[in-house]
Design a protein around this ligand. Sequence first.
Ligand code: PMP
Length: 444
Amino acid sequence: LIELDRAHLIHPVASYRGHENLGVRVLTSAFGATVTDANGKQLIDGFAGLWCVNAGYGHDSIVEAAAKQMRELPYATAYFGLGSEPAIRLASELADRAPGDLNHVYFTLGGSDAVDSTIRFIRYYWNARGRPGKDQFISIEQGYHGSSTVGAGLTALPAFHAGFGLPFDWQHKIPSHYAYRNPVGTEPEAIIAASIAALKQKIEELGGAERVAAFYAEPIQGSGGVLVPPKGWMKAMRAVCRELDILFVADEVITGFGRTGPLFACSEDDIVPDLLTVAKGLTSGYVPMGALFMSEHVYQTIADGAGTSAVGHGYTYSAHPVSAAVGLEVLRLYEDGLLENGRRAGARLMAGLESLKDHPLVGDVRGRGMLAAIELVVDKERKTPLPAAAEPARRIFDRAWNNGLVIRAFANGVLGYAPPLCCTEAEIDAIVERTRRTLDETLA
Ligand code: PMP
């Protein structure tokens, strides 16, 4: 398998020279929060795949839901006004639970195309309101909004931009709220004030609110290193957007579906965005699916503007019945104890990681619920980052792997945690214990 992988399979974000030598690790089975590799080694999946297997592995009821739907109706297009029962039911169940009046659901294949779709719908929206000049989009440094060309432009990763002329000239960014390394310090009020000022200044630079279509924010910046904004930050940014008539898009691809506690992190932040994107936990990674929610006014404006003509946007696999059937079963599981277990496990995880603060390498511990990170430094006082050259992320990942733990080791010395919500107390304790061992070995 390793030979074949080297010869034929291109991995995402591969570092091409050297990737050959890293060696792929092939997973063969999994149950609960435990994955097993081709050598029979068992590990706790502290990252739920890629922040997605929220329900954990091996749920027969999910498998049955998919199999039943495959037998009855494996595919139905959402084009030509056709539909399938699971897609309709899932849209309705999700709309019931989404914050405020986010009543309309558009299904995609994953998070990137959900974000892509928001751009297209937002342009339709402003055109329908007779304001086509509102065509500039703002997101945040350290943000991640997908790997499609448009999403990659909103994403703040140079490796995703190089060679594509990205970001597009209509895509702009303001600095992150990143509390641990914020020039304005760590005080919540100062961070919120700085973000408000940065957004308003960016809007001014772009020619005023007349030019700005939308602002994108993750309730917690996931891929940027699990950066948790201060309480009230989302609400403050949402208020600026409302005041200036700029659409506010919450990207909940990671934070949705229990990752931070509730089904939607926005409800903890006490805001209702104009649009909201999800993926990952929506189907718990068993099959691909994403979605975007539109609030009533966004949907109605687009519908009125389009009248009887088509709004040209969609995928062959939009509203896929098998994905929707899985989504319905996963939703049932969330409400049948998973969210509750995730809340308890999340509190234990955060307390466990906090207990690592006394470790000489741990500069910062942050997170909410089952979404957390520790940031490693060589000098706590100066917050000196772990030198990537001397201590590559891959080596820390490997040490954790050898200790029976899968975590995300980011390039900047940040270790990310997003375990399945089904974790037992013993598994959470093992995640913390194996992390401590990994840090001790890194120090040595
Ligand atoms: N938005 C956010 C906030 C994400 O974290 C991700 C993926 N990590 C995406 C969008 C893109 O989702 P996908 O990988 O399913 O296309």
